[in-house]
Every structure is written in C-alpha cells, then in structure tokens.
Write a protein that binds this ligand. Structure first.
Ligand SMILES: Cc1cc2nc3c(=O)[nH]c(=O)nc-3n(C[C@H](O)[C@H](O)[C@H](O)COP(=O)(O)O)c2cc1C
Length: 216
C-alpha cells in the first residue's frame, strides 16, 4: 500500500482546527461516517483492553439537551455527529475476562494460554495501585481515541472540535451511562465548518519545534 505523502499528512493537520462554528445544514455522508467509526474502533489502548463506548449523538433534541450542560457551546448542537467518549468507571476481573475470551476467539487459541497475561492485567489495573484510579487510566485511553478520531477526520476533510467543556455527571445522567458502569470522559463534535467561522483562518499557535522536540 502506498503511504500518503508527507505533504498530504501535514497539510491535513494544518487544515484541522478546533471548529467553533459548524454549518448546521451539512451532514457527514454515511460512508464517510462509517469509516470514522472504524477508525475509532481501530484505536490502540493499554493492554488492548478498549475500556470504552463511543456514543454517537445525531438526534437534535438530545444534542440540545447536552448543549445545556456544555457551557452552551454551539458546536454540540450545530455539528453533524457528536461523539461522547464514555469510559469504564472501574476496571474489573469480569472486564478482563471478556477481553481474554474475545482475544482467544479472534486468534483461535485457548483462553488458558493467556492465563499469565490475564493475571498480569488483573494485578495491575484491577487490584494494583493503578486499580485505585482505573477511571483515570480509562480516560487516558479515551484521549488516544480522540486524537486518532480527529486525525482520521481531518484526512477525510471532516471538521472536528474536541470538547472538555461539559459536565460529565449531567451527561452520565442524560445518556444513562452510570448504571452501565460508564462515565463521559471527553467529547468531540464532527461536521463541516461554517464559512463564518473566523477561527479557520487564524494562524496556528504552536511553540517552535526546536522548543518542544528534543533529539537526544
Ligand atoms: C482535550 C481538549 C479539550 C478541548 N475542549 C474544548 C472545548 O470545550 N471547547 C472548545 O471550543 N475548544 C476546546 N478545545 C480546543 C482547543 O482549545 C484547541 O484545540 C487548541 O486551542 C489548539 O487549537 P487548534 O485545535 O485549532 O489547532 C479542546 C481541545 C482539547 C485537545
């Protein structure tokens, strides 16, 4: 497979910006959206555990409800697809077993062959020190999905706005996440920029490469 060119990659990343005003009349075509869902699913995670659900909100009424708990940011209601990255509030042995069973099935091996791996994960992320804050560990995984999603979207010329400006507890209630053991970690609006969004033309504010990249 031919890789995309360096200039195609960098121009896509330059093209992407945190969209403030979406064109509410534009919808992401289904095939494009399906590819972005696949990109979400292909996100890597620690141990491969995928402690997430990607909740896709397109219903206008529901978007309005969420906007009320998102600092009234217009991106929530005006975007085409609104993604809530929900993560497990607590990692459990049952969750690890689900993953082991699935891996065994996909790779055609017995779950017993992964007993060591299972034990290692449980010792670390369920009962170990990291188990005490596994919701934070899960949220970190969600941010990898967020980055992956934004880059994939930019390559397909779909605009995004990552969103931390929302009330997770309210989202959890509205989306019924708490009884399922999930909580909203971060969100991302996706769609198409409005011509009136002046942010699209602003120069990117980044520290110089020499300042943030250290070759040693
Ligand atoms: C995790 C995260 C949360 C963010 N939350 C918001 C938000 O709630 N509302 C918003 O308008 N922008 C939000 N932003 C956008 C940032 O302000 C923006 O990405 C940053 O200023 C860099 O600009 P650029 O993305 O246009 O290059 C968020 C960005 C990230 C990565």
């Amino acid at each position: 497979m031919t890789p995309i060119t360096r200039s195609a990659l960098l121009s896509s990343l330059q093209w992407r910006y945190a969209t403030k005003i979406f064109d509410a009349t534009k919808t992401i075509p289904e095939e494009t959206w399906q590819a972005l869902e696949e990109a979400l699913v292909l996100t890597p995670s620690s141990y491969g555990l995928q402690p997430w659900r990607f909740i896709i909100v397109t219903d206008q009424e529901l978007k309005q409800k969420l906007r009320a708990h998102s600092w009234n940011q217009a991106q929530v209601s005006d975007c085409s697809h609104y993604v809530v990255f929900a993560t497990l509030s607590k990692m459990s042995e049952a969750e690890i077993d689900k993953f082991i069973a699935h891996t065994a099935k996909v790779r055609g091996v017995s779950p017993d062959t992964m007993a060591g791996y299972r034990g290692m994960m449980i010792k670390d992320i369920v009962h170990g020190p990291r188990g005490q804050s596994s919701h934070e560990w899960s949220a970190r995984q969600a941010y990898i999905a967020l980055g992956n999603f934004m880059t994939a979207a930019a390559l397909l010329r779909v605009d995004t706005c990552p969103m931390e400006g929302f009330a997770p507890a309210e989202y959890d209630k509205i989306l019924g996440l708490t009884p399922r053991g999930f909580t909203a970690a971060v969100c991302c609006a996706a769609g198409y920029r409005s011509e009136s969004d002046k942010y699209a033309a602003l120069p990117k504010v980044r520290f110089d490469l020499e300042h943030v990249v250290e070759r040693i």
